[in-house]
Design a protein around this ligand. Structure first.
Ligand code: ZN
Length: 393
């Protein structure tokens, strides 16, 4: 109960610094959070989620050096409507990065938010993570944990942040983040994300917008629904605000950001999703930043399961084949492949992050044999040096 009684003091402390409009929003935000006493109390003990974010602050000691990744999820983003809507910021990301408008969010699983955010965050389909609906009655996240767990295991000092407008993502999927906030509106998601990026410079941030899906349920996900298109434009503006503060960090600290845009599902003209029609299954997937190539991603055809291995590849974290991920590292982001020669044993050691396929060939035959997704590092011994090897996505 102590924690409960701390809650009103935070309200009182916050309101005098805000104008009327902000006060209303802050109260909404705290009321929403008030069922999460543990989190609120930790915020009270440290700081408000909107403290100390007037300008970008440098972060020392990141285990990723200058690399930072942000995954922005737009719930219920149908591709033909995205093409039709006025979205200058998303267009800029797509036109100057590695982009696909035909990424599959499902390989047979129902196109609901629960299973599909679970797929985006774990890199496996529902037959493995076992989140089958939005009730999360079952889940197998111990065996197939989210990218938050993967990064935390590899780099215990990483700063991880999750700011969402669909609360079950934080309560059911995200674990071991340094900052985990469920906001009441996409506008609040933006304010909190802007503050977190400026102040904390998280190594990995997950940001989720939810109001587009609500507009789709109200009047359909199709491009003739003006409410859906204007909601998409508004969210595009929020993404622009986030891009602006990321650019501030790049200009000031020379950081190397990867921005990923994704969606959990599309929807039908009648305002539904859950099925396997093209309108529901195809979603956008964009990679943008210094290490993203400027090219469309069309081969291989991307899946939402590819997000985790591509993200881990960017962060130079090794992906263990024992994790049994369903995705691959997509050819949209630069991946470092190391080649070492061992002077004592004449061995050649290949190292790569992410999930890649290794093939070998005896030059005289001209045919390649598939060695499968091989665990890095891979050692080529002297008796095998007459073979050819190739790594591919
Ligand atoms: Zn959804």
């Amino acid at each position: 109960m102590n924690k409960f009684f701390l809650f009103p003091f935070f309200l009182i402390a916050t309101i005098p610094f805000a104008n009327n409009a902000q006060t209303q929003s802050i109260v909404d935000f705290l009321e929403f959070e008030s069922n999460q006493f543990a989190e609120i109390s930790s915020l009270i003990e440290s700081r408000s989620p909107l403290d100390d974010c007037d300008e970008a602050q440098e972060r020392s000691g990141s285990p990723f050096g200058k690399k930072r990744a942000i995954l922005i999820g737009i719930d219920g983003c149908r591709i033909d409507s995205l093409r039709a809507a006025d979205t200058p910021n998303l267009d800029h990301l797509a036109n100057n990065g590695a982009a696909s408008y035909f990424t599959q969010c499902s390989y047979g699983q129902p196109t609901y938010s629960g299973p599909n955010w679970a797929t985006i965050l774990t890199g496996v389909w529902a037959d493995k993570h076992f989140v089958l609906d939005n009730n999360f009655f079952f889940s197998n996240l111990d065996e197939y944990p989210t990218v938050f767990e993967r990064i935390r295991e590899a780099k215990p000092d990483a700063f991880l942040s999750s700011i969402v407008n669909w609360e079950p993502i934080n309560t059911r999927l995200v674990t071991r983040a340094n900052s985990e906030i469920s906001a009441v509106s996409d506008e609040w998601v933006t304010q909190l994300a802007v503050c977190s990026i400026l102040r904390d410079g998280p190594d990995f941030s997950f940001i989720q917008f939810d109001e587009l899906d609500a507009a789709g349920h109200r009047g359909g996900y199709h491009p003739e629904n003006q409410d859906y298109l204007s909601t998409l434009s508004r969210i595009d503006g929020y993404i622009g605000e986030i891009m602006e503060v990321i650019q501030q960090r790049i200009d000031k600290f020379d950081e190397n950001w990867l921005i990923i845009i994704s969606s959990d599902h599309g929807g039908t003209a009648s305002g539904n999703h859950g099925g396997l029609t093209a309108e529901e299954v195809f979603v956008p997937l964009f990679f943008y930043g210094q290490d993203a190539l400027n090219r469309p991603i069309s081969r291989p055809v991307p899946f939402n399961t590819d997000i985790v291995p591509t993200l881990l590849g960017f962060l130079e974290l090794e992906t263990d084949p024992a994790w049994n991920l369903d995705g691959r590292t997509l050819p949209g982001v630069k991946i470092e492949i190391g080649i070492e020669l061992s002077p004592t044993s004449s061995e050649i050691i290949l190292k790569w992050p992410g999930v890649m396929r290794l093939e070998s060939s005896v030059p005289s035959t001209g045919s390649w044999s598939d060695l499968g997704p091989v665990k890095s590092p891979f050692t080529i011994s002297p008796e095998n040096t007459s073979k050819h090897y190739r790594l591919s996505y």
